[in-house]
Design a protein around this ligand. Structure first.
Ligand code: F0G
Length: 353
């Protein structure tokens, strides 16, 4: 049967009314992929929730379809957000479908190229500031107080409602919640949403609850360090955030579930990013690989038990950030003349080597 998108499929669990415009780019219903090779290597039963398969290439579509629909329903004519890239791509896409203006504020030079390309083509009005995501978020929060423009960052509760559906899909696919969920943490909206989703589904269907294990990048690990980081730095630009808006809710999710908010280094992120692609054929963006880097770290430390059933959330598509892919690549294309003999010699020499 045709997948109808999240607002239709999960209507009873969402703030959908008779007046809600049923926006959809057929978001959701993303693969829950078993990773055979890494499961064997790591000694756990590992699945990834591949949310890079959403229509704009990240999990943000889940929250944005709900937030933009509610903004439209309330009579608003424009939406705005601060973003490290994915939120703005999703906001721009759903605003286009809803025939609304979309204004975005982004940190200059710290947005992956694919994400910027999306916002441009979807027709957003883009402001790039000489500041970071936290500065941009503060600006749009202040502007919301003095304008009728709807803010669609994850401080908007409708975003969390939409994003919790990923937890539902995992429980539906596995028949129950996994033992452990590992997830990247930036502004901390997604870990908040997953925990809400697991709890609601457990209440409705007794699906059980996972340990929630969230991972910040080391250079942006405000929650782990228990202090705001004024100048966050990480190659995983999606989670380059020093003052997460849903800080307390992330801590609560970890505490209530018997999990933890932890950090991973950029080197660990890149290693996991490459491992996923090379071992499993799965291309996720660097921030997403924080969930695999964290899994590996906590298996090594013994915090995640061997034999556990684990779901690691892959939040965004690898194609979002081609520059990091090329810059961190161990092999680059070999430039040769347009000559069969030279090309064959090179390729066969390699094969025989
Ligand atoms: N992974 C990706 C690919 C992201 O784009 C983000 C956040 C996260 C993880 C972290 O999720 O913020 O809910 O903890 N991106 C936001 C943006 C900040 O503007 O696109 P979170």
């Amino acid at each position: 049967m045709l997948w109808r998108g999240l607002l239709e499929e999960y209507k009873p669990y969402l703030p959908v009314t008779d007046k809600t415009p049923m926006l959809s780019l057929q978001e959701g219903n993303t693969p829950l992929l078993p990773l055979r090779h890494l499961s064997e290597k790591l000694g756990v039963e590992l699945f990834v929730k591949y949310d890079g398969a959403n229509p704009t290439g990240s999990f943000k579509d889940r929250g944005m379809v709900m937030a933009v629909a509610k903004a439209k329903e309330s009579g608003s004519e424009a939406v705005m957000c601060a973003s490290t890239g994915n939120t703005s791509a999703a906001a721009a896409a759903y605003a286009a479908q809803a025939k609304m203006r979309c204004m975005i504020v982004i940190p200059e030079g710290k947005i992956a190229m694919g994400k910027l390309a999306q916002a441009v083509v979807y027709g957003a009005e883009i402001v790039s500031i000489a500041g970071n995501f936290d500065n941009a978020l503060q600006m749009v929060r202040n502007l919301e107080k003095q304008s009728p423009i709807s803010l669609v960052n994850s401080v908007n509760p409708h975003r969390i409602e939409g994003q919790k559906t990923a937890a539902f899909e995992i429980c539906d696919a596995l028949g129950s919640a996994p033992d452990v969920l590992t997830i990247p943490v930036g502004n901390a909206g997604n870990i908040t949403a997953y925990w809400k989703g697991f709890k609601e589904y457990h209440e409705a269907k007794q699906t059980g609850l996972p340990e929630m294990r969230g991972f910040e990048a080391e250079g942006a690990a405000a929650i782990v360090r228990k202090q705001i980081i004024e100048e966050p730095e990480t190659l995983a630009t999606a989670i380059r955030i020093g003052n997460p808006a849903s800080w307390d809710k992330a801590v609560n999710a970890a505490d209530e579930s018997g999990g933890k908010i932890d950090e991973v280094t950029d080197d660990e992120i890149v290693a996991a990013y490459r491992l996923l692609a090379k071992e499993e054929g799965v291309f996720a963006e660097p921030a997403s690989a924080a969930s695999i880097a964290g899994l590996i770290k906590q298996i090594d430390s013994g915090e995640i038990k061997k034999g556990s059933r684990v779901v690691s959330v892959l939040t965004g598509n690898g194609l979002k950030d081609p520059d990091t892919a090329i810059d961190t690549a161990p092999v680059q294309p070999m430039k040769l003349p347009n000559n069969e003999k030279i090309v064959f010699d090179h390729l066969l020499g390699r094969v025989n080597a």
